[in-house]
Design a protein around this ligand. Structure first.
Ligand SMILES: *Cc1c(COP(=O)(O)O)cnc(C)c1O
Length: 349
């Protein structure tokens, strides 16, 4: 840290991404919740075509992409804002809607606490229950905007839509951001509530269920007034936030929903196989509606299990946090990859 750094940032603890090895040879990389399958057919060609016009700025309105997303989700383009990953849009939400602070769970996506600290926003941390479930009544008196990952990360556990509606109804003057990064893997989306709740923001990403993590594309769905707020921040920060290549890749992906659905179905199948096999071997496996499992060995700590898997060329994520140190987060790969994971995990008990 140099002596020139603004002291406001000197105590920041930045988000630590999972390892992204350069040499992928024989590694089973299931540590960052990516899809094990390639981008949709047509993505590479669409990006290559867009590359021919890279001397020009990209469309700052991302009009075609927003229109396609609006059609896919039964809203209008005025209900859609796109971002350089949903992490960027989450940052815009913290800037736009957290004048009275923010509230989120103690065990959830690590970026919420990183970003509140970056922006100097007071955060109210609401502990999950002992079984890692989230009880929406615990948020009834929260004044600040509520950030809910549904399904939650890294637990994978989902809330029913009725719980999201209860959060929205607790205080109609309070924003609820529902981060649906994993919703396509089996949870109920709040997207169909847009239009009924002017305090709802639904956050989505192409990184997990749409096989496009490296493209960096997220989108927010909300009432037009909230989208206008997000666009105000976006256009004050980075009007060209989604590159021409990524806009083209996103559009091409949306034309291939059947391929994407098929990839999602395969991931869900491999998830259920893995969860069943690990439970039979005595592991604790939380009920996951996401493309990962949060699992604890009956005989070793999460850190030890991560090491053992690493020795067998399998990368998983261990957070080492007080309440969850027994657990590792295992992203779901292909079925053959997961059979290898199960083999190592069950041999060790
Ligand atoms: C992965 C993830 C995101 C961020 O995804 P982007 O790649 O920035 O779109 C947001 N929220 C949760 C809960 C995630 O797991």
């Amino acid at each position: 840290m140099s002596r020139f750094l603004n002291p406001a940032y000197s105590s920041l603890q930045a988000y630590v991404p999972g390892e992204q090895p350069r040499n992928m040879q024989q590694l089973i990389k299931i540590n960052t919740n990516e899809s094990p399958y390639p981008p949709a057919p047509g993505v590479a060609q669409a990006a290559a075509q867009a590359a021919q016009s890279l001397q020009l700025y990209n469309d700052p309105e991302a009009a075609a992409l927003r229109e396609a997303l609006a059609q896919a989700y039964g809203v209008t383009a005025q209900n859609v804002c796109v971002g350089n990953g949903s992490d960027e849009l989450l940052a815009f939400c913290f800037m736009a809607f957290c004048a009275k602070g923010a509230a989120f769970a103690d065990i959830t996506y690590g970026f919420y606490s990183v970003q509140t600290k970056l922006f100097g926003i007071p955060a109210q941390i609401i502990p999950l229950r002992d079984d890692f479930s989230l009880c929406v009544q615990d948020y009834a008196s929260c004044e600040g905007a509520v950030f809910i990952a549904n399904p939650n990360a890294p637990t994978g556990m989902a809330l029913p839509l009725s719980d999201i509606e209860e959060l929205l109804n607790q205080n109609r003057s309070r924003i609820v951001v529902v981060d649906e990064a994993y919703v396509d893997f089996g949870a109920q989306s709040a997207a169909l509530l847009i239009g009924r709740y002017p305090n709802l923001v639904v956050m989505r990403t192409f990184s997990k269920s749409r096989n496009l993590a490296g493209g960096r594309l997220g989108f927010a769905l909300a009432d037009k007034a909230l989208i206008d707020d997000l666009l105000l921040i976006k256009n004050s920060f980075h009007p060209y936030n989604v590159s021409a290549l990524t806009q083209a890749a996103g559009l091409a992906t949306l034309r291939e929903e059947a391929y994407i659905k098929d990839c999602i179905a395969k991931v869900c199948g491999a998830r259920e196989y893995t969860a069943d096999a690990l439970r039979q071997a005595g592991y604790t496996v939380l009920p996951s509606r996401a493309n990962f499992l949060f699992a604890a060995s009956p005989v070793m700590d999460g850190g030890e299990l991560q090491k053992l898997l690493r020795q067998n060329n399998i990368l998983v994520r261990w957070f080492g946090a007080p309440r969850t140190h027994r657990f590792v987060r295992i992203s779901i790969g292909t079925l053959p990859q997961m059979q290898q994971v199960v083999k190592i995990c069950t041999q060790s008990v």
